[in-house]
Design a binder for this molecule. Structure first.
Ligand code: GZL
Length: 310
């Protein structure tokens, strides 16, 4: 199966393993790589589980194909990190009709009936955006116009929807804040570099970059460098970025990025705990948020960054 990664070969044993089919968004960002690592390390080291992950390469139709294969394979549970929120009703109904439990992780799905899945575990994306807006309000004065360039992730993904909503809500609260443009970066460095390079050919009046993930920020930084636009501490443009990967934290410590909003990918162990509770017949909450914080340069040092897992 394309993109399929069996992490444990079925051994000839009479005690049946608990088989998990996992449809992962893709490998578009450092965050995603860390999330996949957390999931595979959690389950592939446990003889109780067989863990089959399929990489959707950021295409929802690949996820639908994977989920339908998992149904045919008769897995014990299906894990989905949905590319986008819309379009899941039919295939989740098929899974429900097959009697297979589903956990939605990372982003969310927009369905009429949340009984189609056991729980949704991931970040409070709206909360992340609010933390960024609160920080920007403290960093700017009310008597000057603040021109915000907004780099958006995959349109329709919960992370994009909610980080965008938080910014747009904050702009309504601050009459001197202006979103000068919203560029589509699809959560990747390459796409962000491309759209930023084009944008900077005609525009340079930017006070803040609000970038919905670190990899897009890295692409934007490259474009800024080539356009001779300074950023970070003492620079022209304040940079706000989401994920707080090691590379972003390094830039933040060095004063190149002003705010890193953490988006925690390391929730493999929490998912395993939720599955265990389900298997024990325990009630599990419909929504589980992971813990995360924000970082400025003053919060960071070499030792702290070296100890980070992603
Ligand atoms: C957030 C996750 C987002 C990250 C991006 O939980 O869905 O997708 O912020 C990733 O880096 O591509």
């Amino acid at each position: 199966m394309p993109g399929c990664m069996k992490t444990s070969d079925p051994e000839p044993t009479d005690n049946k393993k608990f088989v998990i089919g996992f449809s992962q968004v893709g490998s578009e960002s450092d965050w995603r790589i860390a999330n996949t690592k957390s999931m595979t390390e959690t389950f592939s080291n446990d003889p109780e589980y067989e863990f089959v992950m399929e990489n959707a390469r950021q295409k929802q139709e690949n996820q639908f194909a994977s989920v339908r294969r998992f149904i045919l394979d008769g897995v014990d549970l299906i894990l989905i990190a949905p590319t986008v929120e819309e379009g899941w009703q039919t295939v989740l109904q098929e899974v429900h009709d097959a009697g297979i439990p589903v956990i939605i992780m990372d982003r969310s799905v927009a369905v009429w009936d949340n009984n189609l899945y056991l729980t949704n575990i991931g970040s409070n994306f709206l909360g992340q955006g609010k933390k960024a807006a609160d920080w920007l309000a403290k960093e700017t004065s009310d008597d000057e116009q603040v021109n915000i360039l907004h780099l958006q992730g995959t349109i329709g993904a919960t992370a994009q929807i909610m980080r965008t909503k938080a910014l747009e809500d904050a702009v309504k609260e601050h009459s001197n804040w202006v979103i000068s443009s919203q560029l589509y970066g699809d959560f990747t460095e390459a796409k962000a570099y491309e759209v930023m390079t084009d944008y900077l050919k005609e525009n340079s009046d930017i006070d803040v970059l609000y970038s919905e993930n670190d990899n897009m920020t890295f692409g934007a930084m490259r474009a800024f460098d080539e356009a001779g636009i300074t950023y970070g501490k003492g620079g022209r443009v304040k940079i706000i970025t989401f994920d707080a990967t090691k590379e972003a934290l390094q830039y933040c410590m060095d004063g190149k990025v002003d705010l890193c909003v953490e988006c925690n990918p390391l929730f493999g162990p929490q998912i395993k705990e939720l599955i265990q509770q389900y298997r024990n017949g325990e009630q599990i909450p419909k929504q589980v948020y992971v813990d995360e914080q924000v970082f400025e340069s003053k919060d960071l040092d070499r030792d702290f960054i070296d100890k980070r897992e992603y």
